[in-house]
Design a protein around this ligand. Structure first.
Ligand code: ADP
Ligand code: MG
Length: 385
């Protein structure tokens, strides 16, 4: 981490010819359980991970916004007066979209100074670990500080979401930003996506001798197009036909009635969301009452529901999950939006290397590309470094 901060300082100086006024960072996140429940006003249980996006920021005396990233060859410039979602494109829509979205949440963009930002990150992009929320949250906390906005973290999460929805054009929920902003070491963030109330839940993985392994299949997913938007539309249709505001209001006991009212595909989409909400509640309760070693079956059931009912898994994710389950994992599931990205496995520490070898072997045997398998720990959320 300190290496990346030094690197950011050096690259900031190279790019802008001055020292940054400060360094801020925000983590990626992994969702332990609660998939596609966030935009249905339901429950999620993500945690911030020990992979971060780090930025250096310096205020300017004029109203120029300049952003550069170790990921991109370009320096993007825009005058604050021209800041609008229609003027934002490519990767810079994330950081500049946050500046715009702060204006929608009370910042007086006519009065604030411009800035230079240099960004680097060790959150893998497109792996379902939300490099997008990491960049949004890092920019949001930094601008909240230097523009003296005093916005609370719940509002900053909404700012990141607004940037992603309107400036980037990806119809994502509030989970990723909440995890990145609210996370704590060795804890998860239990979030009610309707009220936005959150609670920090002890994971106790370390005490239980467990590690959370990410298996990044390398199969890329895309939120802005395709399946994600389609699943979202199915959920909205289900809610409309069941005459509820959102699927949050449907419980497991309502499912027999739903089956009579909905076509088969819509019913299975609804059943995933409804049972997944229940699994999040059960996971929180199980963690409290019985500890981390008892949540494995819930993780396994979540994967089955996404594979069979929500139909967002792919062969690589199924293989990762099955291989983990056969090699010591107490539970495993795909995580993130689906159609690619990563799976997670909760596994005793002593079995991690065996799992890595087994995954590589299984993927080679199936002719799939080599996945990236690594441990993540629950870490603190965004802040000034
Ligand atoms: P993820 O699952 O990683 O969040 P997304 O597609 O939602 O995947 O977001 C990835 C996009 O976010 C990248 O394509 C890029 O535009 C932007 N991004 C993330 N991290 C950085 C970074 N460090 N520098 C520049 N752009 C970034
Ligand atoms: Mg994302």
């Amino acid at each position: 981490m300190s290496d990346m901060r030094d690197e950011v300082r050096a690259r900031f100086f190279e790019t802008f010819g001055s020292e940054p006024g400060g360094i801020w960072s925000a983590p990626g996140r992994v969702n332990l359980i609660g998939e596609h429940t966030d935009y249905n006003d339901g429950f999620v249980l993500p945690f911030a991970i020990d992979r971060r996006t780090v930025l250096g920021l310096g205020l300017r005396e004029d109203r120029m916004l300049r952003v550069a990233s170790a990921f991109a060859d370009e320096l993007v410039e825009l005058d604050l007066s021209d800041l609008s979602p229609n003027n934002l494109h490519g990767w810079s829509a994330y950081p500049l979209g946050v500046a715009w979205a702060l204006g929608e949440h009370g910042a007086d963009l006519a009065a604030v100074p411009g800035f230079d930002i240099f960004i680097d990150s060790d959150v893998p992009v497109g792996a379902g670990l939300s490099s997008s929320a990491a960049i949004e949250s890092a920019v949001a906390v930094a601008l909240n500080d230097v523009w003296h906005l005093n916005l609370d973290r719940r509002t900053l999460a909404l700012v990141g979401q607004l940037a992603e929805n309107k400036a980037v054009g990806a119809p994502t929920g509030i989970m990723d930003q909440s995890a990145s902003l609210l996370g704590r070491a060795d804890c998860a963030v239990f979030l009610d996506c309707r009220s936005l109330d959150s609670e920090i839940i002890d994971l106790g993985f370390t005490a239980a001798g467990l590690e959370l392994v990410i298996i990044d299949t390398g199969v890329s997913h895309s939120h802005a197009t395709g399946g994600y938007a389609e699943r979202r539309a199915s959920c909205e249709l289900g809610a409309r036909l069941l005459e509820v505001e959102s699927l949050r209001e449907v419980t497991v006991t309502d499912l027999p009635r739903a089956r009579n009212l909905l076509d088969d595909v819509t019913f299975r989409r609804v059943r995933h969301v409804v049972t997944e909400n229940q699994r999040v509640l059960d996971t929180v309760r199980t963690l409290r009452e019985h500890g981390a070693r008892a949540i494995g079956d819930l993780l396994d059931a979540s994967h089955r529901s996404m594979r069979e009912d929500f139909e967002i898994s792919v062969s690589e994710l199924d293989l990762a999950v099955e291989t983990a389950q056969m090699n010591g994992a107490i539970g495993a599931r795909m995580t993130g939006g689906g159609f690619g990205g990563a799976a997670i496995a909760l596994i005793p520490s002593e079995d991690v290397s065996r799992l890595q070898v087994a995954i590589d072997g299984a993927f080679a045997e199936h002719g799939f590309g080599q996945p990236d398998t690594f441990v993540v720990r629950a870490a603190d959320g965004a802040g000034r470094d």
